[in-house]
Design a protein around this ligand. Sequence first.
Ligand code: PLP
Ligand code: COI
Length: 341
Amino acid sequence: MEKKNLDWANLSFGYIKTDKRFVANYKDGAWDEGVITEDDKVVLSECAGVLQYAQTCFEGMKAYETKDGKVVIFRPDLNAQRMEDSAKRLEMPVFPQDKFIKAVADVVKANESWVPPYGSGATLYIRPYMFGSNPVIGVKPADEYQFRILVTPVGPYFKGGAKPITIKVSDFDRAAPHGTGHIKAGLNYAMSLHPIVTAHEEGYAENMYLDAATRTKVEETGGANFIFITKDATLVTPKSDSILPSITRRSLTYVAEHYLGMKVEHREVLFDEVKDFAECGLCGTAAVISPVGKIVDHGKEICFPSGMEKMGPTIQKLYDTLTGIQQGTIEAPEGWIYEIK
Ligand code: PLP
Ligand code: COI
């Protein structure tokens, strides 16, 4: 199939309308079969649950073209599971996990010419999402829902790609203890808009959020988990019930241990110990691994020894191994790669 004529190497992380999307509707207690359609418009009641009370959740995944011309997605079973967890927490009906994976595969197949070429640096971002669609005015869950999947080709999430970024410690909280930080609810991102706009205005690429209860422990950023590397090359990842359980972070932990023979620790990370790490990065589907060179805490700078020019050596190894697995140049653990064609 002939590829679309895009400047693949220079794509940003933005929305480009592709040819096809998946739409399924939930009504009278059941999901319909769903269809692949060219219609990108959503027509809703002015009083739809999503518009009044933000009853919506989503997922983020990517399709990759491999060196030998296959198209694959990475660990879609984990996205299906997390979407189920999000839906349950928001009192939304679960879209069955097997149908979720099939629908993702069908949309990618239907947009095959939009899958960026191997080696271009771009990927096809997949966004499954669900929202309450019927009128709701008293605070309660909707009775009707729409589940959709759109795809769009994307480049790096942070400008400059793999160049280290500078972030700030936020004065705002991302998620409360016992709140919704562990699921992918739209409301978590709405609340992050003011802090991220403020951070950008001040020249920072992202926010580091601390735990809301004590403001002493590292949580995550608006759209990625943290990874830290100690001076003796141990991978340390923050543990908290209000962090989104990143699939990339869980995969990196496995890669570090089983491919690179590193020690790994998933534990609470005090902000006070951050200055002692050798390397820092953000990880996620969109972020892949973005190195952090500097963290600014109200004027006080933490500069990692890896510097502002390039990724540190251990994060580089993690990056090369993970992206090699995703793009088919390194053998993947059983069940990680879902082949679409
Ligand atoms: N944390 C937040 C708040 C996110 O939005 C994302 C993106 O999905 C991640 C972490 C990374 O998760 P994953 O690696 O599953 O994409
Ligand atoms: C993803 O990585 O898929 C996300 O949803 C993060 C978002 C900030 C783009």
